[in-house]
Design a protein around this ligand. Structure first.
Ligand SMILES: Cc1cc2nc3c(=O)[nH]c(=O)nc-3n(C[C@H](O)[C@H](O)[C@H](O)COP(=O)(O)OP(=O)(O)OC[C@H]3O[C@@H](n4cnc5c(N)ncnc54)[C@H](O)[C@@H]3O)c2cc1C
Length: 446
């Protein structure tokens, strides 16, 4: 299915000629989600262990006004899809004070959590853990600031950073680490409106829904988020019908069995990286249900049971429309008129709904959106795929300094690339490569 990326609201365009020159740093991390947060912790722990002259000066840039991890989807009861042992540090340094267990200890919930007998905390709790770590880490983070461009000027890398007031700062850096995460995508032709939106801002968009006169919602998509949104709307609006349109016959259970799960182990990255192209492609395809378009089996059973009980009572509110897609969609002031089409040409279903939620996935941010003047980035891409060394460095010719991708490298480094599973080990590998690089220490600004 062709898709388009949801564009973020643009900031006021201030000419970069008015930029001020910032202090040079060794490492600048763009984005401060879990990936670069894990890197910041690795920097802090390394700096504490080396002589002052070898310490790394790092700085992170985050466009959100404060730390937030997909907070539009912090749905009540939603749980993590990864063990808490794959937190920001444990696989790299289980004795770090930044473990999830230490967080629980400091919050006074360690014993209570143990009694839950689970490896999968609630997403709300993990969000709180990540925020706790972000507030504690001793490396400067500029929130409400967006990196707009990375350039190579006078033999060094420079990042343009725009703050929330539109002022631009140019920061020279020896090493750049892009931890810019994922971007929501919509089916081609779908335009976001007040009643038509992607699930990544679900809670905020629902809060701003102009009215709810149709008493009906439609959720599009067959993955974990789509199923969670369907259940959430069904719970939250007990007077509303919830329709789900999936292109598949049924939701597919996510594979979290142990042999398949080993694909997320840090040790599997080498195996994947060195595999021939057709084996890589086959492994991604065969094991895609460990992560993509797959739903926790308990949630599948839960949705089915709800629909069944409603049939039994003769009062239907939940409808899963299998093997369907949207044929037409019109957003008006009072609601959205949608037509669902059966993919086997067995008819159409017209629906008048209050909102359509597209849980249609994400794609990795494109590094080329940031790489600008003086950087021969065409040479660092094969089609749309970045050519990335095992140490996560982009292969850009003629560059003083290095640019690393902290995420978004599934094609080269495997399925853990967009997930939390391998964050801490990857951060250590990037930091190791950056500190070994001869350009780590930048020349003074000026
Ligand atoms: C609802 C949801 C639930 C998930 N649950 C799990 C889970 O249970 N387990 C799991 O392993 N994975 C999960 N994921 C996958 C998710 O990708 C990872 O959890 C994690 O967010 C990856 O971290 P990241 O730092 O690479 O990216 P992100 O979390 O996307 O962070 C990137 C950050 O960069 C910032 N940014 C981007 N561009 C710029 C710029 N130009 N300038 C400044 N800042 C910028 C963004 O604002 C953002 O804060 C989930 C994803 C979603 C959407």
């Amino acid at each position: 299915m062709p898709t388009t990326e949801v564009t973020e609201t643009r900031q006021i365009d201030v000419p970069e000629s008015h930029a001020v020159r910032g202090d040079a740093v060794d490492i600048i991390g763009i984005g401060f989600g879990p990936a670069n947060l894990s890197l910041a912790i690795a920097v802090e722990e390394r700096n504490a262990a080396v002589p002052p002259a070898e310490r790394v000066r790092a700085r992170f840039i985050e466009r959100q006004p404060r730390f937030g991890w997909h907070d539009g989807m912090l749905l009540p009861g939603a749980t993590m899809q990864v063990s808490f042992l794959k937190d920001l540090v444990s696989l790299r340094n289980p004795t770090s004070p930044y473990t999830f267990l230490n967080y629980l200890h400091e919050r006074g919930r360690l014993a209570d959590f143990i009694n839950l007998k689970t490896f999968f905390p609630m997403r709300r709790e993990f969000h709180d853990y990540l925020g706790w770590a972000a507030a504690r880490v001793d490396v400067p983070v500029s929130y409400g600031a967006t990196a707009t461009r990375v350039a190579h000027e006078d033999g060094r890398l420079v990042v343009s950073v725009r703050d929330r007031h539109g002022s631009v700062e140019e920061v020279p850096a020896g090493t750049i680490v892009l931890g810019t995460g994922i971007r929501p995508v919509l089916p081609e032709g779908v335009v976001v409106g007040r009643r038509v939106f992607h699930n990544h801002r679900l809670l905020a968009d629902l809060d701003q829904l102009p009215s709810r006169s149709r008493g009906r919602f439609l959720v599009v998509g067959a993955g974990q988020s789509a199923a969670e949104v369907t259940a959430f709307l069904h719970d939250t609006f007990p007077d509303a019908e919830v329709h789900a349109s999936i292109r598949r016959f049924g939701y597919v259970p996510s594979d979290d069995t142990p042999y398949a799960n080993r694909i997320f182990d840090p040790g599997s990255v080498d195996e994947y990286y060195t595999a021939p192209a057709e084996l890589k492609e086959r492994l991604l395809r065969v094991h895609s249900s460990t992560n993509y378009a797959a739903v926790d089996s308990e949630l599948i059973e839960d949705l089915y049971r709800r629909e069944y009980e409603e049939k039994l009572r003769g009062q239907r509110r939940l409808f899963v429309h299998r093997v369907t897609e949207i044929a037409e969609l019109y957003e008006g002031p009072e609601g959205v008129a949608v037509t669902l089409r059966d993919l086997g040409d067995r008819g159409t279903v017209p629906l008048e709904v209050d909102a359509v939620v597209f849980a249609t996935g994400f794609r990795a941010a494109d590094a080329r959106d940031l790489l600008g003047a003086g950087i021969e980035h065409e040479a660092a891409f094969d089609g749309d795929e970045p050519i990335v060394a095992r140490d996560y460095g982009l292969r850009i010719p003629n560059l003083e300094g290095r640019v690393f991708l902290n995420g978004g490298v599934e094609h080269s480094h495997g399925l853990s690339s967009s997930l939390l599973s391998n964050l801490s080990v990857r951060a250590a590998e990037i930091l190791g490569a950056a500190t070994r690089a001869q350009h780590l220490h930048t020349r003074p600004a000026g």
